[in-house]
Write a protein that binds this ligand. Structure first.
Ligand SMILES: [Zn+2]
Length: 245
């Protein structure tokens, strides 16, 4: 038996199906990531097609069957469509990278309300004209990594527990996270962090204000996090969106 339910959902990806339908991946507050069929959504008479653009925050009605891989969505109401993100290639790139992380690394049907709130909040912030999408993405990436079970701490060395200080030479170990200078001497296969880079990690993960924005350093943080995830999840090959756009 199918159950008729409402869900709050962000559109992650849509693909054309047959003559007039769509297959859409949504991240929902209630059920986590789901795939759904939207019959006839591409026909000119459809009231639903225009509302399910990628990134849109919507409220959907679905006929939900537990054992079915593709759910059926029959209605969608728009809550927010983030116009500024869609007009700006740089904003769009980072918002698309966020969708990619969820599409690639989160299993279907696992609900996580905190992740859903994090997702809608970060896209709303990227949509603000005075915001910095690259910093917002790096912050979200750290939050995301924590939510999927691999927290990176800038407080204490992950190996020995010593308090980390920016005045020492800390390092990033791809297996474990940030380690202190003493542990670095024993694990030289780690990536040495300059004090600037360590402080940036600290600001990004604790939401402290970032005073001087060095694009290259933020890219470096994103690169280190990608390598960290590749180490833990071998099938993950890095974020394609950031390389393409
Ligand atoms: Zn240590």
């Amino acid at each position: 038996m199918a159950e008729i339910v409402k869900a709050e959902a962000v559109v992650l990806r849509k693909t054309n199906f047959k003559d007039s339908s769509l297959i859409v991946q949504f991240y929902t507050k209630e059920f986590g990531k789901i795939s759904a069929m939207l019959k006839g959504a591409r026909s000119s008479k459809s009231k639903i097609g225009s509302k399910v653009d990628v990134l849109n925050h919507t409220e959907i009605v679905l006929y939900k069957k537990e054992e079915r891989e593709l759910q059926l969505v029959t209605q969608a109401n728009l809550k927010n469509y983030f116009p500024n993100v869609k007009e700006d290639l740089d904003r769009l790139k980072y918002a698309a990278a966020i969708c990619e992380l969820i599409l690639e690394l989160i299993p279907e049907n696992e609900n996580n309300e905190k992740m859903f709130r994090g997702l809608t909040k970060i896209i709303s912030l990227i949509d603000k004209k005075d915001s910095d999408p690259q910093i917002l993405f790096a912050r979200f990436f750290l939050f995301f990594i924590k939510e999927i079970g691999y927290e990176i701490s800038t407080k204490n060395c992950i190996k020995c527990g010593a308090k980390l200080k920016s005045t020492q030479t800390n390092a990033f170990n791809y297996e474990e996270g940030i380690i202190c200078s003493e542990c670095y001497n024993e694990n030289i296969l780690s990536y040495k962090l300059s004090s600037e880079l360590f402080e940036l990690f600290d600001c990004l993960s604790t939401r402290k204000k970032i005073n001087t924005v060095n694009r290259k350093s933020i890219n470096n943080v994103i690169f280190i996090l990608e390598k960290f995830l590749t180490y833990h999840i071998p099938e993950f090959r890095g974020i394609r969106t950031l390389k393409l756009l």
